[in-house]
Design a binder for this molecule. Sequence first.
Ligand code: 5AD
Ligand code: SF4
Length: 490
Amino acid sequence: MTSRPHMKDPERLTDEPGDKAGQAGPRKVFVRTYGCQMNVYDSERMTDVLAKEGYEATDTVEDADVVLLNTCHIREKAAEKVYSELGRIRKVKDERARSGKQTMIGVAGCVAQAEGAEISRRAPVVDLVVGPQSYHQLPGLLNKAKNGETVVETEFDIDAKFDHLSQAADANPVRRPPAAFLTVQEGCDKFCTFCVVPYTRGAEVSRPVQQIVAEATRMAAAGVREVTLLGQNVNAYHGDGPDGRTWGLGRLLRHLSEIDGLDRLRYTTSHPRDMDDELIEAHRDLKSLMPYLHLPVQSGSDNILKAMNRRHTRDDYFRLIDRIRQAAPGIALSGDFIVGFPGETDADFEDTMDLVRRVGYGSAFSFKYSPRPGTPGANLADQVPEEVKSARLAELQALLSAQQRAFNDSRLGMVCDVLLEKAGRQPGQLVGKSPWLQAVQLDAPKELIGTIQAVEIVKIGSNSLFGRLTDGQDSAESYAPDLKEVAFDA
Ligand code: 5AD
Ligand code: SF4
């Protein structure tokens, strides 16, 4: 769940229709986020759009006048999870209704896009079904739904979404956490045969460079020091540049690296076919581009890569990794793997294990293949039995975990920059991220949140590293702008 408090616009709070008598204070919105970082970003933008209308974010579903589930459809029975969550929320809605409070329930995200009106048929408690391209229309859609109509909006008009969401963020200049996401690209044209994304998120669309630069500049002014550029296929980015040409991701990163205060850049998630020279050179040249790359390969078997329509071989991947490591020695590689794709034999799986051994990952995600309705993979005859998938997943995860442990262990005694993001688990502790995206816990005063410090890694835990501030060696100035002095060009 990601929601954060927003500044209120007091003038909008008093005269909004729909505020019931006895319902003190601003209306509240609760957003639950499932799935990828793109959904995290979208949830924040939905909160921004509603903040403009006077809504405050809440972490408590019982307090919420509007409940939004931002759903994921990528694996397993995601839709079923949403229906059981809706059952729980219905009880809250009934309880609130008994004290005269209205609760609007919306389903957003990829399940909304994929299931559309089916959701409100199965769960009549739902007032609004809204696909990922229509979040900018939320206030109008909610108003419609308040009149008792069940509203379903799943059109694809992605340019309109980005234009409007940028403006909503303009109108809500708040202090932001030091690390933030920024969507630069959505959708996918690759049609891997296991994947539902091209159907739920549509064709590839890239935001224009200037729009991204404006948003990144505003983020920096609001205290953000690290931006992760997001896209389902982010390195296929091809946005209109200010010079009238199409810019790739490498060029965009180079440009963003010049924004004052943005000390760290990352991007995710990438396809091996789209790692072009410009992007690899960006890893070589840009100090602010962090030495971490999530580059999913999915399988190490040429047969399976072909069946998945990945359009590259294992050798292509090895050559690419060599080029990346030459440009950026020490880069931490991460990836995604699917085991048990239809037709995967023991020998195919062995090829995946071999690829992992040869590449050496700093971290990785691995999944059992899950047939997604409507994708070509789901119709293939030779589906792999569940127990075989489970056994392969266990074997692969054991190898990947050992690699991750070895990578983490190799940081012991190192001094590295850590961006301190928030309070840690224990009082007096803060937690931040290493350049290689590892969580680092350390004792530090909370005034250091939002600063980048040189930290010595003194212990390796199972989920995070432990560090200590090195004596007086701040590697970067504290960057804590006073928001009152920040001019927003809304
Ligand atoms: N089954 C299992 N894993 C999947 N992924 C995508 N679709 C499926 C599926 N049908 C995984 C891929 C992708 C990650 C986001 O989710 O590894 O890179
Ligand atoms: Fe899930 Fe993919 Fe949709 Fe993200 S884009 S929410 S991972 S289906």
